[in-house]
Design a protein around this ligand. Structure first.
Ligand code: SIN
Ligand code: FE2
Length: 217
C-alpha cells in the first residue's frame, strides 16, 4: 500500500531541509512511488506530448512541457494562463493520476499545508542545457495554497530567492525523488533552474522531469 511506502520515508532529520519560512525540501520523498509515477508519466505523454512553448515575448523555452489534471498551464504570444484543453490536441489534459495527487497532498501535509488538492500539474522535461530563468508562480487565482514540486531523473540546481527578483538566490541540489514545497510567506518567492548538467539517469536516461502541482482556481 502506498501509505506504508510513505511511512518508510522519514520526514525529519537530514531528509528534510528548511529552505525559508514556508519552504522545505523533502529529500527522497517521492522515491517510494517512482515506478508508479514514471508509468503514469508515460501514459500522459502518449496523450499530451511534450512541447516547447513560446513566451509572450516570443522566446521558445528550453524546457519542454505538458500537463495533467483539470487545468494546464500554457504560454504563447497572448500570455501565460491555465486552460482546460491542450492547445495542441484540442482535448482535455490527461487526468491527474491518483499517485500524483496523493503524493502532492501528502508532501504538502508533511510541509505543514493541510488539504492541498491540486487542480493542475505542469510537467517539465529538461534535457542537458535546458534551464528555467528566475520567475514567480503567479498565474493562480489566489496564493493561499502551496506549490509542490517533484524532481525525477537527472539532478538539477534549483535557485531559490526571495520576493524581489534582485534578492540573492540560494542553490539547492534536487535529485531524483526530491520534493520541494513552498507556500505561505515564500509562496511568491522567485525561483529557477540552472542549465541542466549532462548525465544518464538509471530510470529516465538523459533528462530531468519535474512535476509542479498547483491549485490554480
Ligand atoms: C518551475 O518553476 O516551473 C520548475 C521548477 C523545477 O523544474 O524544479
Ligand atoms: Fe515556477
Amino acid at each position: 500500500m502506498t501509505s506504508d511506502l510513505f511511512d518508510s520515508v522519514p520526514d525529519t532529520g537530514p531528509a528534510r531541509e528548511h529552505m525559508a519560512e514556508g519552504a522545505v525540501l523533502l529529500r527522497g520523498h517521492a522515491r517510494p512511488l517512482e515506478n508508479e509515477l514514471i508509468a503514469a508519466l508515460h501514459d500522459i505523454v502518449a496523450q499530451a506530448p511534450f512541447r516547447r512553448m513560446v513566451t509572450p515575448g516570443g522566446h521558445q523555452m528550453s524546457v519542454a512541457m505538458t500537463n495533467c489534471g483539470p487545468l494546464g498551464w500554457t504560454t504563447d504570444s497572448s500570455g501565460y494562463r491555465y486552460v482546460q484543453n491542450d492547445p495542441e490536441t484540442g482535448k482535455p489534459w490527461p487526468a491527474m493520476p491518483p499517485a500524483f495527487a496523493q503524493l502532492a497532498e501528502r508532501a504538502a501535509a508533511a510541509a505543514g499545508f493541510n488539504e492541498f488538492a491540486p487542480d493542475a500539474c505542469l510537467i517539465n522535461c529538461y534535457e542537458p542545457g535546458a534551464r528555467m530563468s528566475l520567475h514567480q508562480d503567479r498565474d493562480e487565482q489566489d496564493f493561499d495554497k502551496p506549490i509542490v514540486s517533484v524532481s525525477l531523473g537527472l539532478p538539477a540546481i534549483f535557485l531559490f530567492g526571495g520576493l524581489k527578483r534582485s534578492d540573492k538566490t540560494r542553490r539547492f541540489r534536487l535529485a531524483h525523488g526530491d520534493v520541494v514545497v513552498w507556500g505561505g510567506p515564500s509562496r511568491l518567492f522567485f525561483h529557477g533552474v540552472a542549465p541542466l548538467a549532462d548525465g544518464e539517469h538509471v530510470l529516465l536516461g538523459r533528462q530531468r522531469i519535474n512535476l509542479t502541482f498547483r491549485r490554480a482556481r
